[in-house]
Write a protein that binds this ligand. Structure first.
Ligand SMILES: Nc1ncnc2c1ncn2[C@@H]1O[C@H](COP(=O)(O)OP(=O)(O)OP(=O)(O)O)[C@@H](O)[C@H]1O
Ligand SMILES: [Mg+2]
Length: 376
């Protein structure tokens, strides 16, 4: 349990005591953090009193009314910003004008809660400001320690693993209690679903491993002369079962052989990710054109699909860790958002480039070029 100091600044005693009652037994927990947060509530009836408390005490969260008898709430906020006090501020105010809202936001207020509010409104607002404060502090700390990526990993990992684990656990409990009777056949669907969820968890963990290995420079590379075409064919074979399900046709256009110096597992990462996306984000009965050719001293791979495509804004986000484009069309497609960022790192390792052309609802084309012989 961690205690956060929460300062309530309001000239109305009834509001101060209402907030006290609502929050005194309230706590906020975080899915991937063992501790939960509780609140020590301190109150002030004027801006002046608030400032002297903030100067003396280490306050974490301030709930700040704007209309106060002496100096106004917004001035307290400006003081907090000027002095870079490490706390999060939420304005509680009855008639928030747009000017006030802008001024408050410019001065770093986290949000507004309009008066009158219910205990529930207050609790959810306090929950979100607590999470915001925690993430801000944690991110700062991790950045300072160079652990930012690790922290993001943990958040995504725990978030992404939680729902499949819950699902599988639910099915196992049903089976344990024999809720559908004694016949094992009655549980077949649940078993299948559990296996699918486990498969996707494994995919995520594998992605994470690839990523950390490359990121930390610990990836063992074995550079040999290899035939790109052989690896490409294997990649097609492994995506085939998914492609069949969506009736997506993969059309290869390859020369007989293409020999280059490289690491086979790295080419696999490139092909698997491009093909997996081209199938996953395709439409039923769509196609994927997969071409490989040699141009000057480079190998050029293109993977072109007839899928949901992306607009320019969405394309700009690609290759960054944990990017997932959230739209109605991608809502039911699972993925960790790591695939392309891993691929980009691998391409960088090989002094290559990647380009995207895409149009929403028409499809996408990824082009990768990799020099054939630069690797010693
Ligand atoms: N061919 C494509 N067509 C449309 N959108 C795509 C395509 N490839 C990638 N995207 C978008 O880019 C996002 C990032 O892709 P990426 O491969 O990095 O992650 P993912 O597919 O979500 O997860 P993972 O590959 O780790 O299973 C996807 O979530 C999707 O929204
Ligand atoms: Mg992917």
């Amino acid at each position: 349990m961690e205690i956060l100091k929460l300062l309530v600044v309001d000239d109305e005693a009834a509001i101060r005591s209402g907030i006290y009652r609502a929050l005194r037994d309230f706590s906020v927990d975080f899915p991937f953090y063992e501790d939960d947060f509780e609140f020590e509530i301190i109150d002030a009836e004027s801006g002046e009193e608030a400032l002297s408390i903030i100067e003396k005490d280490k306050i974490d969260i301030v709930l700040l009314d704007n209309k106060l008898p002496g100096i106004e709430g917004i001035e307290v906020l400006e003081y907090i910003k000027r002095k870079s006090v490490d706390c999060a501020v939420m304005m509680i105010t009855s008639y928030a004008s747009i000017e006030l809202a802008i001024r408050a936001t410019n001065n770093g207020a986290f949000n507004f809660i309009p008066k009158p509010f219910s205990a529930q409104d207050l609790k959810s607002a306090v929950e979100s400001i607590t999470k915001h404060l925690f993430l801000k502090r944690m991110t700062r700390r991790m950045k300072a320690e160079g652990k930012q990526v690790r922290f993001e990993f943990l958040s995504v990992l725990s978030h992404e693993l939680k729902s499949p684990i819950n699902a599988v656990e639910g099915y196992l409990r049903i089976m344990k209690d024999k809720q559908a009777g004694d016949d094992i056949a009655a549980y077949e669907k649940m078993i299948d679903r559990s296996l699918t969820r486990i498969e996707s968890m494994r995919g995520l963990i594998m992605d994470m491993l690839d990523f950390t290995r490359i990121e930390s420079g610990k990836k063992n590379r074995s550079i040999v002369e290899l035939d790109v075409i052989e690896i490409a064919k294997l990649a097609i074979d492994s995506i085939y079962p998914v492609a069949i399900q969506m009736n997506v046709e993969i059309i290869p256009d390859f020369p007989e052989t293409l020999i280059m110096k490289g690491d086979g597992s790295e080419l696999e990462i490139i092909f698997n990710n491009l093909l997996s996306n081209a199938v996953k984000y395709n439409k039923e009965n769509g196609t994927v054109k997969f071409t490989i050719r040699k141009e000057n001293e480079s190998a050029i791979f293109t993977v072109e699909d007839t899928g949901i495509g992306m607009n320019e804004k969405e394309q700009a986000l690609l290759f960054k860790e944990f990017t997932r484009i959230k739209t109605r069309k991608t809502k039911n497609i699972s993925g960790s958002g790591l695939g392309l960022s891993i691929m980009k790192k691998v391409i960088d390792l090989n002094s290559g480039n990647v380009f995207v052309e895409s149009e929403a609802d028409i499809g996408s084309k990824f082009t990768v070029d990799i020099p054939l012989h630069t690797i010693a």
